[in-house]
Design a protein. Structure first.
Length: 178
């Protein structure tokens, strides 16, 4: 007889101790898909996380995006057939946005459904975190770093240059919704 392990995942919303049941009605969540109007460059660029960085020469695109599939097939690519003979490497994404509405007593998170492979995420020049696995979704709290009266700059550096890192085609970039 085989033993099976069951893993249960729970989402817990913590309310203040004095919260009434009716107060849960006032908890509101708003979601915005950030898939339009990103700037992109497929190379490593110094200081692109800085808010003053000039990305005017970068290409504008919409997410999801896979820069590998846009490339030319070549048997000289480092990942070889594991990447479908397509280019990997390093790419940068930048998006500017303004906030609307009152954020008093609210939190703002960014949720990435998928970024392949190694990612570093910045908001307004501050590193939020790094992920070294490209298949799992992840979230960062933007709240302490947001500019509520002007532009915010979200920057993602994606490094898929350590090849071979998979047995099948993975693509490169922010390949799912944000």
């Amino acid at each position: 007889m085989q033993k099976r392990t069951i893993i249960l995942l729970f989402l817990v919303i913590a309310l203040p101790a004095n919260a009434q049941a009716a107060d849960t009605q006032s908890i509101q969540a708003r979601s915005t898909n950030l898939y339009l109007h990103w700037k992109f460059i497929q190379k490593d660029v110094g200081n692109a996380q800085n808010t003053s960085f000039n990305d005017d020469s970068w290409r504008e695109l919409n997410l999801p995006h896979d820069w590998s599939i846009e490339g030319k097939f070549s048997q000289s690519e480092p990942a070889g057939d594991a990447s479908g003979f397509l280019p990997t490497g390093i790419g940068w994404y930048r998006k500017s946005f303004c906030l609307s509405g009152d954020l008093t007593n609210r939190k703002v998170f960014i949720y990435f459904e998928g970024v392949y492979h190694k990612s570093r995420v910045y908001i307004n020049g501050t590193l939020l975190g790094e992920r070294f696995y490209g298949y799992s979704p992840f979230t960062y709290d933007l709240t302490p770093y947001l500019n509520t009266t002007g532009d915010n700059v979200l920057v993602v550096r994606v490094d898929n240059s350590d090849q071979i890192n998979s047995r099948w085609y993975t693509g490169s970039g922010i390949y799912r919704d944000v």
